[in-house]
Design a protein around this ligand. Structure first.
Ligand SMILES: Cc1cc2nc3c(=O)[nH]c(=O)nc-3n(C[C@H](O)[C@H](O)[C@H](O)COP(=O)(O)OP(=O)(O)OC[C@H]3O[C@@H](n4cnc5c(N)ncnc54)[C@H](O)[C@@H]3O)c2cc1C
Length: 398
């Protein structure tokens, strides 16, 4: 798109989900909007999201689905731009979608449809978008002055929508944090969230051969429990339940996994119904066969063998086994980090921003939207919902 000759009213740094939504909203209000992005292509994370089908929102999104030092901060923006508002735009553009797990909306075809919709909405209201633009510096003296690889731009308002640190290969940078600090705003420590766990070598020897196998589990770390599938990988543990708890996990903590719910009752039932069946074969009736084999080989309580008939388990052994099946513990030695993380926890301290407008309290005209700030959603479309809602809130105010 060609640049407008006139000075823009607002410059948005970052043409991702939050930046584009902010541009559309401000453009609809008649603002002249310029969006700058350093990447060769805009909206890369939208394109790669949801396995290429973009889980663009979650109909059940509430403030309880977000982590933030101030859990109240996200409430106002989420209430003013709901999952139904975004879904309305998707319907208008006749993009086919489906609900996968409860509330999670995915495109039937491709994430490209969502990006194309956002670009079309930008075009409708005359937003100028430039990729390949390196931002060298931002200063404020009466107005904002931005030095970039394609010249100097000036505007009354600047929106920082440069996202978090996850997937540097896709253009992620810490530039938003740098700008926040430059203008005197506090930035909370960041770390990778919604990210697979890595296991120590001694565990990998046993469990990594199961790489690619998924099991329905309930996984917990202190402060969080999620009932979703877990996936064994060649580096450790992944799948929705592990990604979810990774955002709450602290180094040194174990993750606890319930492989079989109400395992005590289940064992008693099995003893009554199939007393002669071996423990390993019994486990294989509710777990993938190879998981049952590994469990029987390396993780049974002392004195119990996978080969023994289940009617030979005494009461004490039954309760030890039930406890193990309800609380398998792994102690990750880390996570895969920003290389594969879906999000970045922490970021620009929300105490520095207005929850109504996303404007910095210390620097009128400077706004932060999306993942760059300390608001991080659970897995399942909540992160995009925050990008849309915060982008909309700032777009109404610039
Ligand atoms: C693999 C993967 C899958 C995901 N799937 C989903 C999903 O299905 N549903 C969901 O809700 N969330 C998903 N997420 C999370 C979601 O993509 C992000 O939370 C969301 O994109 C954040 O939007 P944003 O606009 O704040 O940042 P981003 O989308 O990251 O956009 C930031 C933009 O700023 C640009 N930028 C960065 N630094 C600079 C700089 N220095 N100068 C200029 N431009 C810069 C980047 O190039 C980028 O275009 C996924 C994330 C990943 C990594």
């Amino acid at each position: 798109m060609a640049a407008t000759a006139q000075q823009p009213d607002v410059i948005i740094l970052g043409a991702g989900a939050a930046g584009l939504m902010c541009a559309i909203t401000a453009g609809r209000r008649g603002k002249r909007v310029l969006v700058l992005d350093h990447a060769n292509k805009i909206g890369k994370k939208i394109l790669m999201s949801g396995g290429g089908r973009c889980n663009f929102t979650n109909l059940n999104s509430t403030p309880a689905n977000f982590l933030s030092a101030n859990p109240h901060f996200c409430k106002s923006a989420l209430a003013r731009y709901t999952p139904w508002d975004f879904t309305g735009m998707v319907l208008e553009h006749e993009i086919a979608y489906h609900e996968k797990a409860a509330g999670q909306l995915f495109c039937d075809e491709s994430s490209k449809d969502i990006l194309a919709m956002l670009v079309a909405e930008c075009e409708k209201v005359g937003v100028t978008i430039r990729s390949h633009c390196n931002i060298r510096s931002l200063e404020h003296s009466g107005e904002f002055v931005l030095h970039t690889s394609d010249g100097v731009h000036r505007a009354e308002a600047v929106v920082v929508a440069t996202g978090g640190l996850s997937i540097p290969k896709m253009g992620a940078t810490g530039f938003g944090y740098q700008l926040a600090r430059q203008f005197g705003l506090n930035v909370l420590p960041t770390r990778a969230g919604l990210v697979p766990f890595t296991l120590p070598e001694k565990d990998l020897v046993e469990w990594s051969p199961l790489s690619g196998i998924a099991v329905d589990v309930t996984a917990s770390v202190p402060g969080a429990t999620f009932a979703e599938p877990m996936l064994f990988t060649h580096r450790g543990l992944s799948g929705p339940s592990m990604l979810q708890i990774s955002s709450f996990w602290q180094l040194g903590e174990s993750v606890s996994v319930e492989l079989i719910a109400n395992a005590g009752e289940w064992l008693q039932d099995q003893q009554r119904q199939h007393p002669k069946r071996s423990l390993q074969n019994t486990l294989a009736t509710v777990l993938p066969k190879r998981v049952a084999e590994t469990l029987a080989r390396v993780a049974l309580p002392e004195g119990i063998s996978g080969e023994q008939a289940i009617n030979t388990l005494n009461t004490a052994q039954c309760s030890a086994l039930a406890e193990r099946l309800q609380q398998m513990e792994w102690q990750p030695h880390g996570t895969e980090g920003y290389r594969t993380a879906e999000v970045t926890l922490g970021g620009v301290d929300t105490d520095e921003l207005s929850s109504k407008t996303m404007q910095a309290n210390k620097q009128p005209g400077l706004f932060f939207v999306g993942e760059v700030m300390d608001v991080t959603g659970h897995l399942g479309g909540h992160n995009f919902q925050w990008a849309w809602a915060s982008g909309y809130a700032a777009g109404q105010a610039v």
